[in-house]
Structures are given as structure tokens and as C-alpha cells.
Design a protein around this ligand. Structure first.
Ligand code: FES
Ligand SMILES: [Fe+2]
Length: 371
């Protein structure tokens, strides 16, 4: 899709991108010795921590007869299925024991695998790598390592605070993502007396540039109606404040605000749970107000308001979307959404037919809108 495409209708499809890391669970939801269930891209998962506290993830279906492994038992090393007691290594998924075998029966149990997924703990979340699916009916084999480490929030000093927020959204990942990057809903959805009203709407102009698998709102002095900006302004001279916002496939929005030695950095993800359900996770790190004990709670409170306003909006929107309406993306306010679909289609094309990734942007673009 060229980036100068005219007004067009577009129904987002709900294809999900495999071959990437996704946030699965907040790290504190995964306790040692307990099995937890999760769902990513319609894949049922069972997760836990080994004796050293390292996270692991298996497909939540026994390779014998499909019993959810989350119904089984975990001893800190192996997961035992509750149906016939087969045991699997928690990290590799390799079968270790089949209790029904008698001496002389030569089934090679070490060739049997429960599906396992690379798992990493980063910034208060457990990330899981979901590889591209193998050929249908091939079953699982020895797991391949992930090609890259899990994404991490950029940090600019040794000491910082970290907080997260999470909310379920009753819509496809595409609506979740374009809702996140949509600049025009602010004055209508995010009203509050201490924040802004519809009357604060004014014209804005921002430069965007292509980056690998994504786009960047180039470093600029942030708009006067951004929460971290208001906090930072208490500390630093407003002109020294710059912010950069990146979106990168499959679902990563990172925002970095810097003012001298102070910084605020966040990594927001919208994760497909099923085709018509997703989850937004906002994780922020910062070195302001570190000495105020309620700093994280205050920030969480402010962000929770925003996320709740977005969640409520998408809940209402999902009512309208049930009837499959014709949709429009308009210039310039919906141009980032068009880029998102262009990037996703380019990625799906590479996965299907190989070849080079064709970025939908050919160079820098200035967008103008009122918000
Ligand atoms: S279904 Fe799991 S051991 Fe049989
Ligand atoms: Fe919003």
C-alpha cells in the first residue's frame, strides 16, 4: 500500500503475526511451583518457573491425547500430565517418562516433545516467542532458540522506577493497535477537568520517518497535553524536553521523553489473545520522583484513567463492529494506521512468498491534524 493512498475503506483482518516475541503474563503472576495458563495468538499455553525461578512455557495440550498440561503436576523440573502420567522437561518439552511402558518396549520416548516456547523475563513481564507454525500435523520436535532476545524498555540511568498496567480489549489486535496510534480521539475520549477538554483542540504538525519494520515520530518537543510532559516540565526547562515515539512490528510502541538527566520511557504492546480479543500492556520506567514513595502509584493512577477510557471506547466500538460496517481511514489523522496495515501486509507477504520486506514509506513525511 503506497503511503499516499487516497481516502479508502479498509476492514482490518485479524491475521496474527507469528515469529515474534509477545508479552504473556506479568512476572508476578508466575509463582514458583505453580502452573499458570495463558493464551497468545489462539495458542493455549501453560507457564511456570523452575527451581531457579527461570520461566518456561509449553503448549497446554499433552502430545499423547491432548489433556491440558496445566491440569497436571509440576515438581520444579518436569511437568506430569494428569491423564497417563507422561512427564516432560519443563524447558525443552522433551518426554522423560511414560509410566505404562514395560521393560523391552522400545518406544523412543526422547523423540516425543510437548511443544515448548522460548520464554524470557523482562521489565516485570514474561515474554514468549511464538515461532512460525510448522507444517500441519508435523507435531513438535526439539525447540529452536529465538532469533533475537525479547524486547526491552530503553533506560538511561542505573536507578529507575518501573510500573505496569494491563487491560483486556474486546477487539482484534488491529483495532487495538490503530486505536493506540490514533491522534484524533484524544479530545473526545480523554477528557478530564485536570487534563484537557474538547476546547483545547488545536492544529498539530509532526514529522514521521521510516525505521526498520516500523515508523518514528521524529524527536520533537512534546505536545503540551501529554502526562509525562507535564510532570517533566516541573523539573526541566520546557525547551530542553524531547520525545521520540516509535512503532515497530508486530505490536511495539515505545515512547522516550528526555530532559537533561531526567527521562521517562515506556513500551506499550497490544497482544493478540484470540482473533477478536487483545490485551494492552503499558510498562513504564523513569527516574523522576524516585524519592516520592507514591510516585509509581500516582503515575499508575493517571495512566489507568487513560487506559480505562480507551478500553471503554473499544468495548463500545466492538458493538458497532459486530455488524461488519464499512470502515474508513482518512488523511492525515489515520495515516499511521495505514502505515501499520502496510507494514503488516509487507511482513505477511515476506512470510508467504519470501523476498525483501517492502516498507510502505519511501521517506520522511509531515502529517497535520487537529487534536
Ligand atoms: S494425555 Fe497426557 S499422558 Fe495421556
Ligand atoms: Fe487513547
Amino acid at each position: 500500500m503506497p503511503d499516499d493512498s487516497p481516502l479508502q475503506s479498509q476492514t482490518p483482518d485479524a491475521l496474527m503475526l507469528f515469529g515474534f516475541w509477545y508479552r504473556a503474563l506479568p512476572a508476578n503472576k508466575l509463582r514458583s511451583g505453580v502452573l499458570a495458563k495463558a493464551m497468545l495468538l489462539e495458542q493455549p499455553l501453560v507457564m511456570g518457573r523452575d527451581q531457579q525461578g527461570r520461566p518456561f512455557t509449553l503448549r497446554d495440550a499433552c502430545p499423547h491425547r491432548g489433556m491440558p498440561l496445566s491440569c497436571g503436576h509440576f515438581d520444579g523440573r518436569q511437568v506430569e500430565c494428569s491423564y497417563h502420567g507422561w512427564r516432560f522437561d519443563a524447558h525443552t518439552g522433551q518426554c522423560q517418562l511414560i509410566p505404562s511402558l514395560v521393560p523391552g518396549q522400545t518406544l523412543k520416548i526422547d523423540r516425543i516433545y510437548a511443544g515448548s516456547y522460548p520464554s524470557e523475563e523482562r521489565d516485570d513481564f514474561i515474554w514468549v516467542f511464538l515461532p512460525d507454525p510448522g507444517p500441519a500435523g508435523a507435531g513438535f520436535s526439539k525447540p529452536a532458540p529465538a532469533p533475537t532476545p525479547a524486547p526491552e524498555i530503553p533506560k538511561f540511568s542505573e536507578h529507575y522506577k518501573l510500573a505496569y498496567l494491563t487491560a483486556d480489549l474486546p477487539c482484534s489486535v488491529d483495532h487495538g493497535i490503530i486505536g493506540l496510534m490514533d491522534p484524533a480521539h484524544g479530545p473526545f475520549v480523554h477528557q478530564a477537568w485536570w487534563w484537557r477538554s474538547q476546547h483545547s483542540i488545536h492544529e498539530k504538525q509532526k514529522n514521521f520517518e521510516p525505521i526498520p519494520y516500523g515508523f518514528r515520530m521524529s524527536a520533537h518537543t512534546p505536545s503540551s497535553n501529554s502526562a509525562p510532559y507535564k510532570l517533566l516540565r516541573l523539573y526541566a526547562d520546557a525547551d530542553s524536553i524531547t520525545t521520540t515515539i516509535d512503532f515497530v512490528l508486530p505490536n511495539l510502541r515505545s515512547e522516550i521523553i528526555r530532559a537533561g538527566k531526567y527521562w521517562f520511557s515506556s513500551l506499550t504492546t497490544v497482544t493478540p489473545v484470540t482473533r477478536n480479543q487483545c490485551r494492552i500492556d503499558v510498562v513504564a520506567a523513569w527516574n523522576l520522583f524516585r524519592w516520592i514513595p507514591f510516585g509509581p502509584q500516582l503515575l499508575k493512577f493517571v495512566f489507568a484513567k487513560f487506559v480505562e477510557q480507551d478500553r471503554r471506547t473499544m468495548e463500545l466500538q466492538s458493538e458497532g463492529l459486530k455488524h461488519n460496517p464499512h470502515l474508513m481511514l482518512i488523511d492525515d489523522a489515520d495515516r499511521p494506521a495505514k502505515w501499520y496495515f502496510g507494514l503488516k501486509n509487507a511482513m505477511l507477504e515476506v512470510k508467504k512468498n519470501g523476498g525483501e520486506f517492502r516498507h510502505p514509506m519511501s521517506g520522511s513525511v509531515t502529517l497535520r491534524w487537529r487534536s
